[in-house]
Design a protein around this ligand. Structure first.
Ligand code: KE4
Length: 405
C-alpha cells in the first residue's frame, strides 16, 4: 500500500483522482507552469485537467501568484469584510448582472447547497429538480441519481444519504423539457427550484439543446419555482459573462466556484437581491464560513478575472477550435463549448446522460493511457471535460495533435 493509500481513502482527497475509471496509478505531479505539468521523475505533460476547471489562465500565472504573495504578506483573514471581497464581488456583478447580491463560500458544494436553502426558504417548498448526470458537489440533496428512466423519485446515489433527504430531490433528463414539465405537473406547488448546469460538463460536455434553457426559465416561472444555474465550471469560462450571457437566460440564483478563486478554494452563490436578503444576518436563512471571502483567495480571483480580456477569450476559442478540428479519432466524436471539450467514444456526441453512458469507456481508458504515454494528461474519465486554458497556445495544441497521431 502506498503511503497516500494508508493516509487517505483510496489514496486521494477527491475520488476522480484515483484513476479508477481508467486504471493504473496516477503520476505524482510536483510542478506546473502554463499548460505544462511535471511529475516527480521530471517527465513533462501537457495538462488538460487544469485542476478540473479553475486554471483558465494556466498553472502559476504570474499575476495570480504575485497577488497571492502580496495578500499573504498582508496577513489575514481578519473576521471582518475586507476590500478584496468588495472588489471581487464588484467584478463578478459587472459581468453577471443577474447577481445583484452575492455570498462567498469555500467550495462549489457549499455554494450549491446554500442556494438550495435559499430557494426552499423563498418558496416555502421542499422539492428540488436536478438532472441525471448533473453534478453540483456532494451535499446530500444533490447526491442523488435517477433510479431508472428519465424522471423518477430518486434513490440515494451515495451511501449515507438519508432516504428522506433523497426523496426531496427528483431527477429529470437533460435537454428534455417534457421530463421537467412532467415533474412540475406531478408535484404542483411543491418544487422549490430546478438546478441545472447550463452547459453540462459532468457527463462529459453536453451543450444545452436550442431552447432548453429558455424553456426551463418559462417552466419554472409558470410553476412558481426558482431557476438555479450551476456555473461553477461555465462561469467566466464559456463567455465573459458565463453561460447565462452566452445563452441569454437570466436565472434567479447562480452558483460559482473554480475560476473566481484563481485556483484557490472558493465558491459563491448569488442572484436576485430579494432572495439573497433572506440570508443571515439580513434574513432567516443561516449560512456561515470561517474563511469565506479570505483576502488571499479574493486577491487571486481578482487577479485572474482582471486578465480575462476579450483578446484572451478569443485566443482560447481559436486554440480550442483547432484542437476540436484535430481530434478525429475513429469511433469517437467531439463535443465542445468554448474551452470545454470532450472526446466521446461513441458515434455522435450525446444529448443526455443516458446517451453519454453508452460511450465505450474501455476505449476511452486505452486512449487515455496512450495519450499519457505520449505526454498529454487528460481528465481520467469519459465523463469529465477537457479544459483548454489561455496558456494552451498554438505550439501546445500542435504538440497535442502530434501526440494524437
Ligand atoms: P467543489 O465542491 O468540488 O468545489 O465544486 C462542486 C461542483 C459544483 N458544480 C459543478 C458544475 C462542478 O463541476 C463541481 C465540481 N466539479 C468536479 C469535476 N467535474 C470537481 C473535481 C473533483 O470532484 O475532484
Amino acid at each position: 500500500m502506498t503511503v497516500a493509500a494508508d493516509l487517505f481513502p483510496g489514496g486521494v482527497n477527491s475520488p476522480v483522482r484515483a484513476y479508477r475509471a481508467v486504471g493504473g496509478e496516477p503520476p505524482v505531479l510536483v510542478r506546473g507552469e502554463g499548460a505544462v505539468v511535471w511529475d516527480e521523475a521530471g517527465r513533462r505533460y501537457i495538462d488538460y485537467v487544469g485542476a478540473f476547471g479553475p486554471l483558465l489562465l494556466g498553472h502559476a500565472n504570474r499575476g495570480v501568484v504575485e497577488a497571492i504573495h502580496s495578500a499573504a504578506e498582508a496577513g489575514g483573514s481578519f473576521g471582518v469584510t475586507g476590500p478584496g471581497e468588495v472588489r471581487l464581488a464588484q467584478l463578478i456583478r459587472k459581468r453577471m448582472p443577474s447577481i445583484e447580491r452575492i455570498r462567498f463560500v469555500n467550495s462549489g458544494t457549499e455554494a450549491a447547497m446554500s442556494a438550495l436553502r435559499v430557494a426552499r426558504a423563498a418558496t416555502g417548498r421542499d422539492l428540488i429538480v436536478k438532472f441525471d448526470g448533473g453534478y453540483h458537489g456532494h451535499a446530500d440533496s444533490l447526491l442523488v441519481e435517477a433510479g431508472s428512466g428519465v424522471a423518477t423519485l430518486s434513490i440515494p446515489g451515495s451511501a449515507g444519504v438519508a432516504r428522506a433527504v433523497a426523496a426531496q430531490t427528483v431527477v429529470a433528463a437533460y435537454n428534455d423539457l417534457d421530463s421537467v414539465e412532467a415533474l412540475l405537473e406531478s408535484h404542483p406547488g411543491h418544487v422549490a427550484a430546478v438546478i441545472v448546469e447550463p452547459v453540462a460538463a459532468n457527463m462529459g460536455v453536453v451543450a444545452p439543446a436550442t431552447g432548453f434553457l429558455k424553456g426551463l426559465r418559462e417552466l419554472t416561472e409558470r410553476a412558481g419555482a426558482l431557476l438555479i444555474f450551476d456555473e461553477v465550471i461555465t462561469g467566466f469560462r464559456v463567455a465573459p459573462g458565463g453561460a447565462q450571457a452566452l445563452y441569454g437566460v437570466r436565472p434567479d440564483l447562480t452558483v460559482l466556484g473554480k475560476i473566481i478563486g484563481g485556483g484557490l478554494p472558493v465558491g459563491a452563490y448569488g442572484g436576485r437581491a430579494d432572495l439573497m436578503d433572506l440570508v443571515a444576518p439580513s434574513g432567516p436563512v443561516y449560512q456561515a464560513g470561517t474563511l469565506s471571502g479570505h483576502p488571499v483567495v479574493m486577491a487571486a480571483g481578482e487577479a485572474a478575472l482582471a486578465q480575462l480580456t476579450p483578446e484572451v477569450y478569443a485566443g482560447i476559442e481559436a486554440q480550442a477550435a483547432r484542437l476540436e478540428a484535430g481530434l478525429q479519432v475513429r469511433g469517437a466524436s467531439v463535443a465542445r463549448v468554448g474551452s470545454l471539450l470532450t472526446l466521446f467514444f461513441r458515434e455522435r456526441p450525446p444529448r443526455n446522460f443516458a446517451e453519454a453512458r453508452g460511450s465505450d469507456v474501455k476505449a476511452f481508458a486505452q486512449f487515455f493511457h496512450s495519450m499519457l504515454e505520449a505526454g498529454v494528461l487528460l481528465p481520467p474519465s469519459q465523463f469529465e471535460a477537457w479544459f483548454v486554458s489561455a496558456a494552451h497556445d498554438a505550439p501546445v495544441i500542435d504538440v497535442t495533435l502530434e501526440a494524437l497521431a
